[in-house]
Design a protein around this ligand. Structure first.
Ligand SMILES: [Zn+2]
Ligand SMILES: [Zn+2]
Length: 82
């Protein structure tokens, strides 16, 4: 069998990890949808493994896309704008 080595060493779990919530203490695995997407129920972040060009419409990704260098986003602001 063939093993693909990825940058993440702990690949024992098939579930994706939300890059925005991975640092939280109560980590929730992303929910895998029937169409192959994975969505973080915590922040709405969506991962589309089969489509690298897929752009997640969640709030945090939009903020990053518009302001790559933005550093002034706080959790409070994100929560309010939801
Ligand atoms: Zn998340
Ligand atoms: Zn996102």
């Amino acid at each position: 069998m063939r093993v693909t080595v990825k940058s993440f060493e702990s690949e024992e779990k098939k579930q994706d990890r939300c890059p925005y919530c991975v640092g939280d203490d109560d980590f929730h695995p992303m929910k895998v949808l029937s169409n192959g997407r994975s969505i973080c129920e915590k922040c709405g972040h969506i991962v589309f493994p089969d489509d690298g060009a897929f752009r997640c419409p969640c709030l945090r990704c939009i903020e990053i896309n518009f302001s790559p260098r933005i550093r002034r986003i706080t959790n409070r602001e994100l929560a309010q704008s939801c």
